[in-house]
Design a protein around this ligand. Structure first.
Ligand code: HEM
Length: 505
C-alpha cells in the first residue's frame, strides 16, 4: 500500500510545483521548477552565471531557477531587493559557506549581522586601509622583485598566478598576521585550497537542508575527491585557529592589521564581561571572521586584477590610453634604473585615486567580468513584496540577482556590452551615474562588501605600480577584444594562464 501512496504523493507534489505553485507562471527550465538539482548541475559545471544569462536572454526579466527561486535581471530588483533595508534577509543558501561558525558574510541572522558589522566596519575604513598599507607594500615589493627577475631574464610569466600569490600573501599578513609565503615559493600547487571550499559551499548551499549532514557525515565518504576537498577546508580552518592562538599568546601592539582589529573587539568584549549575545566576539568568532576574510577577500581581488589586465592586454588602444594617463600623472617615486629598488616602485594608494581613466577601466572590468558570479540571494519578507510596479512575489520566495547576467543586459546597461569600453564610465553624464548605481560587483545595501576599500587599494596599487615599471606584451594569444574564458565556483576564475612578457621601462 505504502508503495503506491508514496509515489502518488510525489507525483501530486511535482504537479503542484510545475503548474499550481505561485511561481509556476514564471518561465525557466522545466526541471528547475521541480528540483534545485538544475542549479547543482550548473554549479558543478562552473557555468552557473552563463546558464542564468542565457535564460534571461531567452525568457526575459524574471526566470524561475528553482522550485522556490526566481532570478531577476532588472534595475528595479537592485533597488527593491538590495536597497530596501534589512527586511530582505540572506537565504539559507549561505549556510553552505559555514566552515567554523556563521560569519559576517554567511550569517542569515540580521541581529548577529548588525552587531558583527558594527564591530568590524572600522577595521575596513579607508583610514584603516591606509594604516595597513605598509603590509601591502611589503608584498608588492616582493612581487615587483620577482617580476623584475623574470623581465631581466626575458622569461614569459603567468601574470594570473603572480597576482594570486601577491593577494593571498597580503591577506595572510592582514588576517592571519603571517604571510602564506606564496610569492617566495612561486608554486601554484602550494596555494591554500580556497576553490575547494568555494565549490563545497556552492554545491551544498543549493540544497541547504543537506548542509548539517554534509558537515557531519561527508568526512566518512570514502571518495578521494571528497576527502581532498574536506582536507583542504580543514587545513585552512586549522590555520585560522593556529594564527589567532599564536597572536593572542604573543601580542604585538605595534602591528596594525585586520587581526589586530578582531582581537581588539574580542578584548573589548571581555572587558565588558561580554557573553557573545551582545554582539561581542568570542575566540571562535575571531577565528571564523579571520577565516572568512581570506575566503571573501583573496580570490575575488586577485581575479579582478587578472581580468583588468586581461581586458587591457586584449584591447591595446585602451591600454595605451591608460599607460599615458599613468605615466603622465603619477610622479616618479625615485626608482633607480638598475632595479635595486622594488620597495620604491610601490605606488602609494593616495597617488592613484585621481586617475579617472584607471577608475573607469576598473569599473568596466567590474561591469564586464564581475568576479562574484554567484547570484546574490535574499528572501521575500513575510506578506510578500513588489519588485517594480508589476511583479508581486509571495513571502518566503528566494529571489536573486546575478551581477553577471544583469551587467550584460542591454535593457539595463545599453549596447555593445561584450566590448570593453571604459569611456562608458569616464563621463559625468547622467546616464553613466544612473547606471553606476545599478552596478553590483561588491553587492549592494546593508550586506554589501565590507572589504571594498581594501580591495580597491590593492587593485589600484598593483595596476599603477606594474604599468609604471613594465611594458607588457601578451604571449601566444593574438586575439583582440572579447570575453575572458571563465569557470566559476561562486567566484570566477580565468581558464588557463595569462601569459605575459614584461620589459622594464
Ligand atoms: C574585488 C574584490 C571583491 C569583490 C568583487 C567582493 C564582492 C563582494 C560581494 C558581491 C559581496 C556581497 C555578497 C552577498 O550579498 O551575498 C561581498 C561581501 C563581503 N565581502 Fe567582499 N569582495 C571583494 C573583496 C573583499 C575583501 C578584500 C574582503 C575582506 C578582506 C571582503 C570581505 C567581505 C565580507 C566580510 C562580506 C560580507 C559583508 C556583509 O554581509 O556585511 N571582500 N563581497
Amino acid at each position: 500500500m505504502l508503495g503506491l501512496i508514496i509515489p502518488a504523493f510525489l507525483a501530486l507534489y511535482l504537479v503542484y510545483l510545475a503548474f499550481l505553485h505561485p511561481l509556476a507562471r514564471y518561465p525557466g527550465p522545466r526541471v528547475a521548477a521541480l528540483t534545485n538539482l538544475w542549479k547543482v548541475y550548473h554549479v558543478a559545471r562552473g557555468d552557473y552565471e552563463h546558464a542564468i544569462l542565457e535564460l534571461h536572454r531567452k525568457h526575459g526579466r524574471i526566470v524561475r531557477i528553482g522550485p522556490n527561486h526566481v532570478d531577476i535581471s532588472s534595475g528595479d530588483a537592485v533597488k527593491d531587493v538590495f536597497l530596501a533595508g534589512k527586511s530582505w534577509v540572506k537565504s539559507s543558501f549561505y549556510n553552505g559557506f559555514t566552515a567554523l561558525r556563521p560569519n559576517i558574510f554567511g550569517t542569515t541572522d540580521e541581529v548577529i549581522h548588525s552587531a558583527r558589522k558594527r564591530a568590524l566596519t572600522p577595521g575596513f575604513s579607508m583610514q584603516s586601509v591606509v594604516q595597513m598599507e605598509p603590509h601591502i607594500d611589503a608584498c608588492l615589493a616582493e612581487l615587483i622583485s620577482r617580476l623584475d627577475r623574470a623581465a631581466d631574464a626575458g622569461e614569459t610569466i603567468n601574470l594570473k598566478d603572480w597576482v594570486a600569490f601577491f593577494v593571498i600573501d597580503v591577506l595572510g599578513e592582514l588576517a592571519f598576521a603571517r604571510s602564506f609565503g606564496m610569492l617566495e615559493q612561486g608554486d601554484v600547487n602550494a596555494m591554500p585550497p580556497l576553490k575547494d571550499h568555494l565549490m563545497l559551499a556552492m554545491l551544498s548551499g543549493q540544497l541547504p537542508w543537506l548542509v548539517p549532514y554534509v558537515n557531519r557525515y561527508l568526512g566518512h565518504v570514502p571518495v578521494p575527491f571528497v576527502q581532498r576537498v574536506l582536507k583542504g577546508r580543514g587545513k585552512l580552518r586549522q590555520m585560522a585557529i593556529d594564527c589567532v592562538t599564536a597572536r593572542l599568546s604573543k601580542p604585538d601592539p605595534t602591528r596594525r592589521d585586520l587581526l589586530a582589529k578582531l582581537i581588539e573587539e574580542y578584548e573589548r568584549g571581555i572587558a565588558k564581561g561580554g557573553n557573545n549575545e551582545d554582539g561581542t566576539l568570542d575566540i571562535a568568532d575571531v577565528q571564523t571572521e579571520a577565516f572568512g576574510f581570506i575566503i571573501a577577500g583573496s580570490h575575488t581581488t586577485a581575479t579582478t586584477i587578472t581580468f583588468l589586465f586581461w581586458h587591457l592586454l586584449h584591447n591595446p588602444s585602451v591600454f595605451a590610453k591608460l599607460e599615458h594617463e599613468v605615466l603622465s600623472q603619477v610622479p616618479s617615486s625615485g626608482e633607480k634604473s638598475d632595479g635595486s629598488d622594488a620597495a620604491a616602485a610601490c605606488t602609494p594608494y593616495s597617488a592613484t585615486t585621481h586617475l579617472r581613466y584607471l577608475s573607469a577601466s576598473i569599473t568596466e572590468t567590474h561591469r564586464m567580468s564581475p568576479v562574484f558570479t554567484m547570484p546574490l540571494m535574499r528572501v521575500v519578507p513575510a506578506g510578500g513584496a513588489r519588485i517594480g510596479s508589476s511583479t508581486l512575489l509571495p513571502g518566503g520566495t528566494d529571489v536573486s540577482v546575478c551581477s553577471f547576467a544583469l551587467q550584460h543586459d542591454p535593457s539595463v546597461f545599453g549596447g555593445e556590452l561584450e566590448r570593453f569600453v571604459p569611456e562608458r564610465w569616464a563621463t559625468d553624464g547622467e546616464d553613466a551615474g544612473a547606471r553606476q548605481k545599478l552596478l553590483m560587483p561588491f553587492g549592494a545595501g546593508h550586506r554589501a562588501c565590507i572589504g571594498r576599500n581594501l580591495a580597491t587599494a590593492e587593485i589600484n596599487k598593483v595596476a599603477v605600480s606594474l604599468i609604471r615599471r613594465y611594458k607588457m606584451e601578451l604571449v601566444g594569444d593574438e586575439s583582440v577584444g572579447g570575453m575572458p574564458p571563465t569557470h566559476s565556483f561562486a567566484i570566477a576564475d580565468l581558464i588557463g594562464p595569462l601569459r605575459v612578457k614584461l620589459t622594464r621601462r
